[in-house]
Unconditional design. Structure first.
Length: 149
């Protein structure tokens, strides 16, 4: 009985502490700014809006896909040229965490894309890393991790 009570108490403490951490993060004024940028990122990629993307991407940004990794120039060229068309990101869950001037957004999504002329849907956990430079957030890394359902 003591073990059960102890286990329940520990579970309540763990849930409470994670809830408090989530509430603290949501109250961070940077959270809304970064989450809006993340939402805009997927819209701009779907729209192939390379002007907005070029402004958002840091000069040294890296992009990690299932087929390889490359920099800003290549990513913008691939999107603008239609070699990958991110048609629709169905967001299941998204969160942001901060470390100094760095924000990490984790997004669980189903991504509908056209790759090499073929329409595909993949379930990804996408990691977006933003760095704040002169009060402006820039995407420094975007990585796709394929998840199995």
């Amino acid at each position: 009985m003591k073990k059960i009570l102890f286990s329940i108490l520990m579970l309540i403490c763990i849930c409470s502490s994670s809830n408090i951490a989530a509430q603290d993060n949501q109250s961070d004024p940077r959270s809304q700014t970064v989450m809006t940028l993340s939402s805009n990122l997927w819209k701009w990629m779907a729209d192939k809006n390379t002007d907005k993307l070029e402004n958002l991407f840091h000069e040294n940004a890296m992009f990690v896909h299932m087929g390889g990794a490359w920099g800003k120039k290549q990513e913008v060229g691939i999107i603008g040229g239609g070699m990958i068309h991110y048609k629709h990101a169905e967001i299941k869950d998204s969160s942001v965490r901060f470390a100094d001037n760095t924000a990490v957004v984790l997004t669980d999504m189903n991504l509908l894309a056209v790759v090499g002329g073929n329409e595909v849907t993949n379930h990804f956990m996408v990691t977006e890393v933003y760095v704040q430079i002169n009060n402006e957030w820039k995407l420094i890394s975007l990585s796709f991790t394929k998840l199995s359902r």
